[in-house]
Design a protein around this ligand. Structure first.
Ligand code: GLA
Length: 386
């Protein structure tokens, strides 16, 4: 076999034995440009799929088992297919695989015994969505030649994460892992579940910088934010019963009802309604090539996440503020769920080398950690590779 699948097929042979007909599926990670914590409030997001990706190799197995080996961790998990539907989560990486298999069974797809090999270049805990990359690539590997509508695929993978892994995430990560496109950011309307593709101005680099930390608080805070947004909607509905989600409230309307909402949910809601507006404005600015405005909106998004949504942390704030003080940086913000993971910056191409060197040195000096820096290229969504 030629092409990028060849090394993984060879590795498969080393682990499960040679001479098998191996297929390889890819699910990309993503960076979210703007529209943070808006997806589960049915608003707008603007992610792009990355060339960092999770690869899942698959070949027929035996003994009624779904067996999986992670090359990143050097660990195996296996489950009897017949017991998958009553399985309890083990609270580790295997849950993503088992959760997807379980959802496929629940959706009426029969599963044959298979061996899987996972190899991912998406750093875990980086906020670049290693989990959705794994879910989507796993689903495609288990489906094989069977076709599933892209939206169904994204929803099924999200259900695996919501119902089995136990993380109440929105649809963004799975959606862009499926629908990402080369050279395009993907604007997703998380209520209609439709999307539009759009190119970004050529004169900017999208640069993700990894704090290399992931604070424990993240998971419980995510749940708290989902709940607080629900509380805000409840308070608004007393006066405006037609409001079903924060998506239904414009920034102007919000000011009129803000006084009815208790403080914490009010701050969360203010982030969400202003962030939805920033997504629209960012896309408009990008279309007219207004780099300055794009940068300002990035900074506005970060401050809102920092002070109103309260999901940033010291390391993220440091990387944002240090980036903003550097030449050729148009804007910077945290990306993903928060409490660690990555920032995303808009950088002029000629300033990139200096940006990388100075930011790395400053972060090392402050936190004693070497941040990874990724130049992000908008890449294709999930599929089989050969
Ligand atoms: C995580 C979730 C997404 C989204 C982001 C925040 O990545 O998986 O659904 O809510 O956080 O924008």
């Amino acid at each position: 076999m030629a092409g990028p699948a060849a090394p993984l097929s060879e590795r498969f042979g080393q682990i499960y034995g040679p001479g098998q007909r191996v297929r390889v599926f890819r699910g990309p990670g993503r960076v979210n440009l703007i529209g943070e914590h808006t997806d589960y409030n049915l608003g707008f997001v603007l992610p792009m799929a990355l060339d960092l990706a999770c690869f899942v190799a698959v070949a027929p197995g035996g003994e009624g088992l779904l067996r999986v080996y992670s090359d990143n961790l050097g660990e195996t998990r296996q489950w009897p297919l017949a017991r998958l539907t009553e399985l309890e989560p083990a609270r580790d990486w295997g849950d993503y695989v088992a959760g997807v298999a379980r959802e496929l069974l629940r959706a009426g797809f029969a599963l044959e015994p298979v061996n899987l090999l996972i190899s991912s270049t998406v750093p875990v805990g980086s906020g670049l969505s290693s989990s959705a990359a794994l879910e989507v690539a796993t689903a495609l590997a288990l489906l094989g030649d069977r076709r599933m509508d892209g939206l169904e695929l994204a929803r099924l993978c999200r259900r695996a994460e919501n119902d089995f892994v136990g993380m109440p995430c929105g649809i963004m990560d799975q959606y862009v892992a499926v629908f990402g496109r080369e050279n395009s950011a993907v604007k997703i309307d998380c209520r209609s579940l439709e999307h539009e593709l759009g190119a970004l101005p050529a004169e900017i680099e999208i640069v993700a910088v990894n704090t290399m930390v992931k604070h424990e608080l993240g998971q419980s805070a995510y749940r708290d934010r989902v709940r607080e947004c629900g509380e805000a909607v409840e308070a608004i509905r007393r006066r405006k019963p037609e409001v079903a989600s924060l998506r239904d409230v414009s920034a102007v309307e919000f000011e009129a009802v803000a006084g009815d909402i208790p403080e914490a949910p009010r701050k969360r809601a203010r982030h969400v309604v202003t962030e939805n507006q920033r997504v629209e404005e960012f896309i408009a600015a990008s279309r007219r090539g207004d780099l300055r405005r794009m940068g300002e909106l990035f900074v506005g998004s970060h401050r809102s996440l920092q002070y109103d949504y309260e999901v940033s942390c010291e390391e993220l704030d440091f990387l944002v503020d240090a980036a903003l003080a550097m030449p050729g940086v148009l804007g910077a913000r945290m990306t993903g769920g928060g409490f660690g993971g990555c920032t995303v910056s808009l950088v002029r191409p000629e300033a990139f080398e200096e940006f990388q060197a100075r930011l790395t040195a400053a972060y090392q000096e402050r936190f004693g950690l070497s941040p990874q820096v990724y130049r992000c290229r908008p890449s294709a969504g999930a599929g089989e590779i050969s």
